[in-house]
Write a protein that binds this ligand. Structure first.
Ligand code: FMN
Length: 110
């Protein structure tokens, strides 16, 4: 279940802020037991991870953060110590602080 507040009517008064729809996802998750996806101004890697760890949702998704920064996932992996798969053509692009983000890839001599 992907939980959003809709935003289909100007009569809706939805307080907007970081993670503003996560409480809705939590309510649906707790009441239904369904696998639940939370959204709503999730912009930081630690914020996304916290939403998963504290049980707001089973998954999170981001829209506007990815429209602004299509490499958000790579950067989040680097920040959280995770890995992502990338085509070999990208392997040289990681800055030093993010070297582990593509896992154990080798690019030969520099
Ligand atoms: C360009 C754009 C169009 C969207 N259109 C709709 C829409 O028509 N109806 C809707 O319920 N949500 C719409 N959304 C909201 C998304 O479904 C999603 O719930 C939300 O963008 C995720 O939160 P985030 O953008 O804060 O990460 C739209 C989002 C974007 C970025």
């Amino acid at each position: 279940m992907h939980v959003s507040s809709g935003g289909v009517s100007p009569q809706q008064k939805i307080p907007v802020g970081p993670g503003y729809q996560l409480p809705l996802a939590r309510q649906v998750r707790e009441a239904s037991g369904l696998t639940t996806l939370g959204v709503g101004l999730i912009t930081q890697a630690a914020q996304a991870e916290a939403a998963l760890q504290n049980g707001d949702a089973d998954l999170v998704a981001l829209a506007r953060a990815f429209l602004y920064n299509p490499r958000w996932g790579w950067q989040a992996a680097a920040e959280l110590g995770g890995t992502v798969q990338a085509m070999p053509a990208y392997w040289r692009c990681l800055p030093k602080e993010a070297q582990a983000a593509f896992g154990n890839v080798r690019i030969g001599m520099r």
